[in-house]
Design a protein around this ligand. Structure first.
Ligand code: PRP
Ligand code: URA
Length: 208
């Protein structure tokens, strides 16, 4: 079974309280989502493989470690975009692939409407990013999309997850570790995470 890591940090807790608050406006919401993405990046990348290189300092030659593989960040559109910049602050060389997915509000089934990935995807460490892991349908489809293009080393980064979605991904993709800022209580009858933060895409982009 894959690993579930709920990243525990006072700054993440503090920013989550801003994100969850329904009175928080678009600008502050977007800023806090990005900042949590950045704080999580440190933990998510902890076990990335490194390789040794030789470096000449102003004093002498020494051996240093650098990332062994490229990193590709794959936000699930739209809401995933909200965490990308924060992660890129720590990994500025990361390439970005995009996958467009929306949930049918009646059936909760995901529908893919866009996909574009860098050619390095198969040999890269892939970080799929989406603030919300609810039923897990969108993430399952996104993982299948990158796997079908050759990706093998895949992690998921989210803000808030529901136990239902976590279980589904762990069952279907035991090779994909899950990193969340919070594991919430449940889904409600219309598939929203409780207590959650509402519709993340709408709150990020001011569409409601
Ligand atoms: C939201 C969210 C996830 C998905 C999670 O996207 O950003 O992609 O729902 O739900 P699931 O786990 O049940 O699939 P939404 O479909 O609202 O699209 P948007 O990001 O464009 O608003
Ligand atoms: N998508 C959201 O934006 N919020 C939820 O609570 C569930 C899915």
């Amino acid at each position: 079974m894959s690993k579930l890591v709920v990243v525990d940090h006072p700054l993440i807790d503090h920013k989550l309280s801003i994100i969850r608050n329904k009175e928080t406006g678009t600008r502050l919401f977007r800023q806090a989502v990005n900042e949590v993405g950045g704080l999580m990046a440190y933990e998510i990348t902890r076990d990335l493989p490194t390789k040794e290189i030789s470096v000449t300092t102003p004093i002498t030659s020494t051996t240093c470690k650098v990332l062994a593989k490229e990193v590709v960040i794959v936000p699930i559109l739209r809401a995933g975009i909200g965490m990308v910049e924060g992660i890129q602050i720590l990994i500025p060389t990361a390439k970005v692939g995009h996958i467009g997915m929306y949930r049918d509000e009646e059936t909760m089934e995901p529908h893919e409407y866009y996909a574009k990935f860098p050619k390095e995807l198969p040999e890269s460490s892939v970080l799929i990013v989406d603030p919300m892991l609810a039923t897990g349908g969108s993430l399952d489809a996104a993982i299948n999309a990158v796997k079908s293009r050759g990706a093998k080393d895949i992690r998921f980064v989210g803000l808030v997850g529901a136990p239902e979605g976590v279980k589904r991904i762990q069952r279907l993709h035991p090779d994909v570790d899950i990193y969340l800022a919070a594991l919430d209580e449940k889904l409600n009858e219309v598939g929203y995470i409780v207590p959650g933060l509402g519709d993340c895409g709408d709150r990020l982009f001011g569409t409601k």
